[in-house]
Design a protein around this ligand. Structure first.
Ligand code: GLP
Length: 240
């Protein structure tokens, strides 16, 4: 696992964005695994800027998102579908048919999990972008998730709901469940890029890099992969 420490969030976003730009330029038909949350916003902004500058095209890129909340329609401003539209998809030339996000609207969740898993496993993700939850979750794979888990319907921990409350007007509005890629899916990516910013991530980053490999800290599964880059700012690196 390669750990890169940068000064602040802006440097982190530029570094992560540059790595993804380099991949798109060297392999224009690459497959990207994408993440949501506050941390990748700057990375997506960087990609949009590079697209607008004419440095990259995403017309042949395929994407798979990690996860989606249940209990929210796709039109809800906090759905991950909306998040991706607002922050990346509407601003670049990705083809709608190349974009994949689990669908939790008007459906049988198990059927959706199976369908998403099948689609995901029919592709090979070249680069999986990840954030990390303060409890060490990746995607929405919460502590205790088996490292062998494939795409599944998961319950969100209270810690995760509290962390994500800032995006909603009250805790009551934060969904209790989600469809997420499993850890086994994430580990199949050719390369993984995890980004973390701020002191709230210092503990889980220390656990990820130096703690025991355990299902209680789902991100530690990444230590079983041979091509992982972690980019952290100085605040998130404080306990390394
Ligand atoms: N499902 C997402 C994760 O993919 C993300 O990594 C995490 C951290 O988000 P943030 O970047 O806002 O701290 O939030 C959510 O739970």
């Amino acid at each position: 696992m390669k750990v890169i420490t940068v000064r602040d969030y802006n440097e982190l976003s530029a570094k992560a964005g540059q790595l993804i730009t380099d991949l798109i330029r060297s392999k224009p038909d690459c497959t990207l695994g994408l993440a949501t949350g506050g941390t990748p916003l700057g990375t997506y902004q960087y990609l949009v800027e590079r697209y607008r500058a004419g440095d990259i095209t995403l017309k042949d890129v395929q994407t798979f998102n990690l996860d989606e909340y249940c209990e929210l329609p796709r039109s809800h401003e906090q759905s991950y579908y909306r998040f991706m539209q607002d922050n990346l998809f509407l601003h670049v030339d990705l083809r709608p048919e190349n974009v994949h996000i689990p669908c939790t609207e008007d459906c049988d969740p198990q059927v959706q999990c199976d369908e998403y898993n099948r689609l995901l496993n029919s592709a090979t993700v070249d680069l999986q972008l990840l954030g990390i939850g303060s409890n060490g979750h990746i995607g929405f794979c919460e502590p205790g998730t088996s490292f062998d888990q494939e795409t599944f319907l998961t319950s969100l921990s209270e810690e995760t709901r509290l962390d994500n409350q800032r995006f909603f007007s009250s805790l009551d509005e934060v969904p209790h469940s989600a469809i997420t890629m499993g850890i086994a899916n994430i580990l199949r990516a050719r390369s993984i890029l995890l980004i973390a910013s701020g002191k709230g991530k210092a503990r889980c980053i220390a656990d990820l890099v130096n703690g025991p490999i355990t299902e209680q800290v789902p991100a530690t599964a990444l230590r079983l992969h041979d091509n992982v880059t972690v980019i952290v700012d100085e605040a998130a690196a404080a306990l390394l």
